[in-house]
Design a binder for this molecule. Sequence first.
Ligand code: GLA
Length: 742
Amino acid sequence: MLIFVDEEKKQFHLTNGKISYLFYVMRNGHLGSLYFGKAIDIHSDFSQLQNDHSPTTYTSYFFGDRSYSLETLRQEYPIFGTSDYREPALSIRQLDGSHITNFIYKYYSITKGKPLLHGLPATYTENEEDAETIQIVLEDSLLNAELVLCYTIFKDLSAITRSAYICNQGSQPFYLERFMSAAIDLPDHDFIMLQLSGAWARERHIKERPLEMGTQSISSIRGSSSHQHNPFIALRRKETTECHGEVYSFNFVYSSNFIAQAEVDQFDTTRITIGIHPFRFTWKLSENEHFQSPEVVMVYSEEGLNGMSQTYHDLYRNHLIRGKWKNADRPVLINNWEATYFNFDEKTLIEIAKEAKDLGIELFVLDDGWFGKRNNALTSLGDWYSNTDKFPYGINHFANQIHELGLKFGLWFEPEMVSPISNLFKEHPDWIISTPNRPVSLGRNQLVLDFSREEIVVEIYNRMAKIIKNTNLDYIKWDMNRYITEAYSNELANDQQDEFYHRYILGVYDLYERLIQQFPNVLFESCAGGGGRFDPGLLYFAPQAWASDNTDPIERIKIQYGTSLPYPISSIGSHVSASPNHQTRRSTPLSIRANVAFFGTFGYELNPFKLNEEEKLEIKSQIQFYKKHQSLIRNGDFYRLLNPFKGNEAAWMIVSKDKSESIIGWYKVLATPNPKKFQTLKLTGLDPHRKYLQSGSNHTFFGNELMFNGIPLPPEYNGPNKKIAKRAGDFQSQIFYLVSIK
Ligand code: GLA
């Protein structure tokens, strides 16, 4: 049992021995927060946690009750306009223009497992013993509406998921103007807020700021979760490190406009709200219509940021990612984008594929440019059929050749887009997103299809399905290279235009689901101009995501370090590319490029014909190394050790669940003159009393030695030691593999 209810006091305690989450029905019938954190014992009355000393001087009284002010209380799903002035979770405009609602607790129900969220990505259980769900039903009798708050606790994970559902049971329509997926009022504000922010080619950098009175938030109104802000925030204590201390974190399972905010009030309470961004969101609910919010995953850790990450990784690997590839080895791929860009023909590609096969590569991915008349970024998106200039015998013929070489075959699509120069646009100029009588903005020379319209989704499905069938396709890279502008749909009523962004992303999810159901063997990798839509929503459909267009290993250390906070290593698309790098022009050794890319879904993004024999041999052994250790990399516990945002070195490691083996990556950006002589890297997560052999040497260590003293780093060049120095120059890296021995 994971959920305990005190029927008399109306207190609800979700606990799995690791965490506790407690809330109760307040005296006014709304829900109040009691506690979220490390597990506390189950007992019958938690009233002492209520701390309900309201009101204070100069507060308003809830509905005339002079001893009750919502402003001073910690709530679960707050409303604005009665006696709370903080930003609410919910705001509903009614037909008379009013906004006051009063949702009163009615009943609860508990189920084993976790119900699906219709049409939306969400964490799930395969075995109903893995989680328990409580739904709290509240009602506003004047509005005639039912609000259902849904909480799931997983058996072995320090995670709670939340979502909200509302149904109009009256005859009058009303408008949801703000409908957050979750809110929680934490009792203090002694936190550093951490976010993953950046831009194209430098996605998910870690940014931190101490919480202050007022509102601090991150958001996207681009129609996508965005390069700029990932839908994730964490609140850590000042003293929290990677391995120690408290963290509360929130990750939104959604791929479009969002807001995640922390509001610190006059009493130092911190209100977290997270959900669909209310800007340009209004949803009309007519009689018997309902609205389901996306889900939020809340993780508590007292074992620092690594503890938090491991909870997300386990949850996402086991209860979010689906399908055949969930637990399967992912093929080592080669992608032709940086090798050829648009400039290729069938012959060149076959040569590349043969060479790649020889190196040990398993999947050939043909990127942009294979369809319509696409020879540059100006044309043909939407025309999903062979580019006959490049493939005179058709893409099917080409796919056969790739398969005959013993390689899997993958293709790039950008399903949501159309080029102004394309047959699709000629046939359906009214299918694009644009506002009547206004010019339309281009992004990367292209327009966005109105995926809020089902017939458009179906047409794109049909076009893609034909290619997938005919080529026996094994893999799809689903790209999305521009944000939405002039949001508007020809098919929506005037008073429903602000439903557009959400309806659009539901269309994207719908297309994914249709393709997955029809082609369960295809491996999907999501992409959005690199990492512009790397969110848990898409991991539900595509088990891996292209982390960034930036393939420079030095930049990638930061990008992958940040990405690993919530997202499992098995989801992070990372490739070895050519040097000098195409995004930064930085030259780096081949070894560091692979030593970074190993910590992700591994592949190559270069022209093998430009490699010399020595490099080819090195690549062969990199591929063998990855194949040998891929299961450990995919399934192990990931620990960040040295933070690249804080210094010249970075390190991370993966330990198998049974602690019998570990792989460690260490990186140093710039060389140090006359460097330290006794440098070690302190490891973590190992079995302290087991003996480990360092592969490639005859050194053995006990786990506690490796964790307390550290693993010695090979000597760095200092001049006189040039004969024995193992590290020299900028961009050093080292991989260690440890295996436990008797
Ligand atoms: C985006 C992707 C790249 C590549 C190009 C092709 O930028 O992120 O990996 O596929 O599009 O146009």
